[in-house]
Design a protein around this ligand. Structure first.
Ligand code: NDP
Length: 278
């Protein structure tokens, strides 16, 4: 029987865990698919997508730095891709190139279903105003927090996000310096500072009593922000591995109509990471 082909495009891409995640989903659900990772520089995206589909490819994930380009490229957008302004999942419907964004739903499922958090009525802070922040603001506001604050090094980028999403709920923006004296129930790090082992400048007392921290970045060892959360009183301080697996599960569902169980896949990836760090 022919195997349906899927892939993730990014630049660079060698670090991607997506081929392993989708192989585990396929094994678990008995779906016959092949999923590979392909290095695609931004200037080659359009041709690479066309060549992939002409060769029988059925669906794609896009990762850094291609998500915004994917948004421009597709012919039809789902409402959540429209809201996010970026595309991480591509599928074809009657030869129409369609784009979706599963990052937001992936984050919400990890926070609520996996970590057991309630977001409604909570004071939420997002650090960063880049592509990842843009993808999660809408889905977070849909959970009806008490309010959402975006803090960013470049204030103008936070302001742009604040204006874009103001119709969806109570949202405001701030510099890092003006965070002093404020308290939040959930702080999400959507900056890329963790990639370099760095942290934005955060004041003491930022985490409210019983509050939680979440770093969208994931790594085999706890990230600088996950460690900061634990050292400053967060009752949960998690990285973005669960979000990665959940957004992949949603893409798998879009392509195959089957929803894989995510918990065993998250456990396996955590166990693999632990083996690497001992
Ligand atoms: P972008 O490059 O679009 O944005 C980077 C953001 O980080 C900007 O707000 C930038 O501020 C800020 N920043 C960078 N360095 C610093 C620093 N030293 N101090 C303070 N702020 C800093 O990146 P993305 O939004 O695409 O990605 C952000 C993170 O989210 C990455 O770590 C990525 O791996 C992760 N991610 C995880 C996903 C998952 O599934 N778990 C999915 C998507 C992303 P400024 O505007 O001032 O430059």
């Amino acid at each position: 029987m022919a195997v349906d082909r899927y892939a993730v495009f990014g630049h660079p891409i060698s670090h991607s865990k997506s081929p392993l995640i989708h192989a585990l989903f396929a094994k678990q659900t008995g779906q016959k698919i092949a999923y590979t990772a392909q290095d695609v520089p931004p200037g080659c995206l359009e041709v690479a997508v066309r060549v992939f589909h002409a060769g029988g490819g059925r669906g794609l994930n896009l990762t850094l730095p291609l998500k915004e380009l994917g948004y421009q490229l597709v012919q039809e957008l789902t409402p959540r891709a429209q809201l996010a302004g970026s595309v991480n999942t591509i599928f074809w419907q009657d030869e129409t190139l369609c784009g979706d964004n599963t990052d937001g739903v992936g984050l919400i499922r990890d926070l609520t279903a996996n970590l057991g958090l309630t977001l409604t009525g909570k004071r939420i802070l997002i650090l960063g105003a880049g592509g990842a922040a843009r993808g999660i603001v809408g889905p977070l506001l849909e959970q009806k927090p008490a309010f959402l604050v975006i803090a960013n090094r470049t204030l103008a980028r936070a302001q742009e996000l604040g204006e874009r999403f103001a119709v969806l709920g109570k949202i405001s923006v701030t510099s890092f310096a003006d965070l002093a004296g404020k308290h939040f129930d959930l702080i999400l790090n959507a900056t890329s500072a963790s990639l370099h082992g760095e942290l934005p400048p955060l004041p003491e007392g930022l985490i409210a009593k019983g509050g939680c921290c979440y770093d969208l970045m994931y790594a085999d060892r706890p990230t600088a922000f996950v460690r900061w959360g634990l050292e400053h009183g967060a009752i949960i301080s998690a990285d973005g591995l669960g979000m990665l697996v959940e957004q992949a599960a949603e893409a798998f569902y879009i392509w195959r109509g089957v929803r894989p169980e995510t918990a065993p896949v998250i456990w396996q990836l955590r166990a693999d990471a632990d083996k690497k760090t001992v």
